[in-house]
Design a protein around this ligand. Structure first.
Ligand code: FPP
Length: 271
């Protein structure tokens, strides 16, 4: 096997230009969703408290949001706090809430300047008011933005989202507004937290764990998955670039055959 001079000496590796996407926009995931895992373990391995991992993790959030926006990824959803995370030690919850508040304050001008639409999915009423207030204010302020949509999954659970949707649908049935036989997958979709949002094309998880942990359970039906061994604080533009290259090389068939997909693509490109 021949090694290039670059792979033998990492110091000689040419720096990638991360301002441009590694593939054309139509080959990028239109909606990328990320399970940002491994903050706590990464910090503990450095002999630091878990909160330090979340702090570095939130700096990685800044880098990745900026890179996705520059590359033209239209929707980015970040799993920042799950319903189940409320069971963590109070001090860790407080540190995470403080980081969220800090993120909203520090990134507000960049979000508005770059016409990012901020959204949040989850049981937001559980968030402390000092996080909920700036969050809802920025969601409102950026509601008409036409750039990238950044969705924070906060106090979020996929099962809880489906349960809430089911309750709303059952209420409509009870009130005679809907007949059970008219319930379709569009009906369920219409009662989710962000009904108008396209499903994720790609879900990635850092830290080596290969599970969904209650993330976007309804929406993930045809998502591609990529599990990375590195913890979230070590995720960077280079890793995102590799993820996008792998995604671009996959064939998504949505239950059809390869030949059918080829015929569809030819039809689109020749029309
Ligand atoms: C999972 O790692 C990560 C979280 C529960 C929180 C993610 C939050 C951030 C990256 C920072 C704040 C977010 C924003 C949007 C500013 P873990 O703690 O479960 O790691 P472990 O599996 O190693 O314990």
């Amino acid at each position: 096997m021949s090694h290039s001079v670059y792979s033998e000496n990492p110091l000689l590796t040419p720096r990638q230009d991360h301002s441009i996407a590694p593939v054309s926009v139509d080959l990028l995931p239109q909606h990328l969703a990320i399970i940002m895992d491994g903050n706590g373990r990464w910090a503990q391995e450095q002999g630091a408290p878990r909160e330090e991992g979340h702090k570095v993790g939130s700096e990685v959030v800044n880098t990745i949001v900026r890179t996705c926006r520059r590359w033209g990824i239209k929707h980015l959803t970040l799993y920042a706090f799950s319903e189940q995370n409320w069971g963590r030690p109070k001090s860790e919850i407080k540190a995470l809430m403080k980081l969220l508040d800090q993120y909203l304050r520090e990134q507000r001008s960049e979000i508005l300047e770059h016409r990012i639409r901020l959204r949040a999915i989850g049981n937001l009423s559980k968030l402390p008011f000092w996080v909920r207030t700036p969050l809802q204010a920025l969601i409102k302020e950026s509601a008409q933005a036409q750039g990238m949509t950044l969705t924070l999954a906060l106090s979020y659970g996929g099962r809880e989202e489906i349960v809430k949707a089911t309750q709303k649908i059952a209420q409509k049935v009870q009130q005679g507004q809907l007949s059970p036989s008219d319930i379709t997958d569009e009906t369920i979709q219409a009662h989710l937290y962000a009904p108008d949002q396209p499903a994720p094309d790609l879900i990635i998880r850092t830290s080596g764990e290969q599970r969904l942990s209650n993330f976007l359970l309804w929406q993930c039906a045809y998502a591609e998955f990529d599990f990375l061994d590195i913890p979230w604080p070590m995720f960077n533009e280079e890793a995102l670039r590799d993820v996008c290259l792998r995604f671009a090389s996959r064939e998504r068939r949505f239950g059809l055959t390869s030949a059918q997909i080829d015929a569809k693509t030819q039809k689109i490109t020749s029309s």
